[in-house]
Write a new protein. Sequence first.
Length: 257
Amino acid sequence: MPPDVQARWRTFVGPGIPDLMAIAPTNLTAGIRSVVDSIDRGPDDFVTVVVPELLRSQGLFSYLVRSSDLVRLKASMLRTPNVVVTDVPVVLEAGSPSGAGGKPLIPQRTVTLVLLSSINDVSVRAVNYARTLDATVTRAVYFDLDPEAAVSIGESWFEVVEGVPLDIVEAPFRDLSTPMLEEVRRYTERPGTIVNVVIPEYIVARWWQLPLHGQTALFVKRLFLFEERVLLTSVAYQIGSAREARRAGSADADATG
């Protein structure tokens, strides 16, 4: 590692933050995994892997090609028990970061929104993780595609979760894109605010379980990947059986319509 990089890092982060760790550039995923595996933690502890990304265009295909190493890294980390992946995308326009005149955003206010499709162990796990972030605002959000389900979730929420408010947002015509974007932009329109969108995500063990598993997490990631001042955090849950995969797929199918 060039000495000036470490010096610039120390100037940027200030005291109390560890020095940068250098890993071999030949295999990014293996290098990060070795660091994660070396962290001493208990069975109920989370490790958060934060992935900063510079996005040079707003095309999904271009992103997958240009960022293939980071895509593989995130996929691998999500298959590691108790590892959470937070994506910090910055879109470049004419070679400079978009928004705020291209200047780095040092947030004055952080908002954590946990997007729910149902109340289950996976969503409660994501809410529990969100609580540990100690954001200025922490809320759960359920988008109302089914009025009967929304009533049931609203009634049972506070029996299952304490200390995190639940917002039920209407999703007319079973469209999730518009209400999701509007809900997040309601916070990011305030200067100095970033929103961390927390996604409970099922990870299947075998490729043939993929058709059984819904696309809610992928839908949300595609929607917000190029959205200014939005972070994407995936709290994964590994599905080990076909029965679990069918149950998860059914729940996600209900959420996405």
